[in-house]
Design a protein around this ligand. Sequence first.
Ligand SMILES: *[C@@H]1O[C@H](CO)[C@@H](O)[C@H](O)[C@H]1NC(C)=O
Ligand SMILES: *[C@@H]1O[C@H](CO)[C@@H](O)[C@H](O)[C@H]1NC(C)=O
Ligand SMILES: *[C@@H]1O[C@H](CO)[C@@H](O)[C@H](O)[C@H]1NC(C)=O
Length: 291
Amino acid sequence: MSRPSSIATSTGMMLVSLVLVSLVVVANGSNFYQDFDITWGDDRAKILDHGELLALSLDKVSGSGFQSKNEYLFGEISMQLKLVPGNSAGTVTAYYLSSQGPTHDEIDFEFLGNLSGEPYILHTNVFTQGKGNREQQFYLWFDPTVEFHAYSILWNPINIIFSVDGTPIRLFKNLESSGVAFPNSQAMKLYCSLWDADDWATRGGLVKTDWTQAPFITSFRNFSANACVWSSGTSSCSSSAASSNDSWMSQGLGTTGQERLTWVRNNYMIYDYCKDTKRFAQGLPTECSLA
Ligand SMILES: *[C@@H]1O[C@H](CO)[C@@H](O)[C@H](O)[C@H]1NC(C)=O
Ligand SMILES: *[C@@H]1O[C@H](CO)[C@@H](O)[C@H](O)[C@H]1NC(C)=O
Ligand SMILES: *[C@@H]1O[C@H](CO)[C@@H](O)[C@H](O)[C@H]1NC(C)=O
């Protein structure tokens, strides 16, 4: 199931040199009061521990969610999540970057719950110019409900890399030169939510949410954004002040990253749209033959 190893394209390198001299906003030692707004679910979303922890809950009436105050145009975004334990079948925890509008871009992590002892599915997708259909799904190599684990999105002009505890699980390269749209002009906010999706989430909708187990709770902590903040049409990275913290702007997988990615694909990947010739009977998407 492994793909040929990848090398940053010269196009990507050129793009990067344009933005390399930049001031990057670093948000570390996160505080949920400062960085996020709770957007729905009323008191089902709770900020705890002086802003260091955020808990979302889901019951029969509603789920809940929050979003970043900032919008980003490129960044290295990371958060630690501890997912709904026990019987979490039917529940979905979403953690994604998205812009607005019909031609929006989106970079998704979604965690599909399961019966006690059965594996979660980590579902990923990339939307460009309003078009998604680029699902890849994985099992995890640990139980994501016992402890916090870090889920990260590295988004720069060269590529998008999804990582779990620092291990890359998915690469989406900038293949604009081959006519594949890449998210590089629309700023995105970070959104997190917990909701009921028992019509499709677990074993394709066969296993329903057991409401006697409610409320279901997912916890979030340790948000960090090494990122270009977009505000009033300007990027914090367009300033001429140099920063030594923007190596993420030109970061690709590297040899070790490629090896780790291959390990994940060989052992934990359960669905890849690029292999789904039934679904794409007219031909696989362009990026599938180029990745
Ligand atoms: C739930 O467990 C079943 C049985 O092990 C498995 O087929 C499925 O992929 C798991 N995950 C989800 C989200 O359905
Ligand atoms: C918080 O995340 C940063 C990276 O974003 C990591 O270096 C640090 O170890 C994490 N802290 C904890 C307590 O896990
Ligand atoms: C780079 O980041 C580190 C840790 O976040 C910080 O201590 C340091 O001041 C930053 N350097 C610059 C030049 O921004």
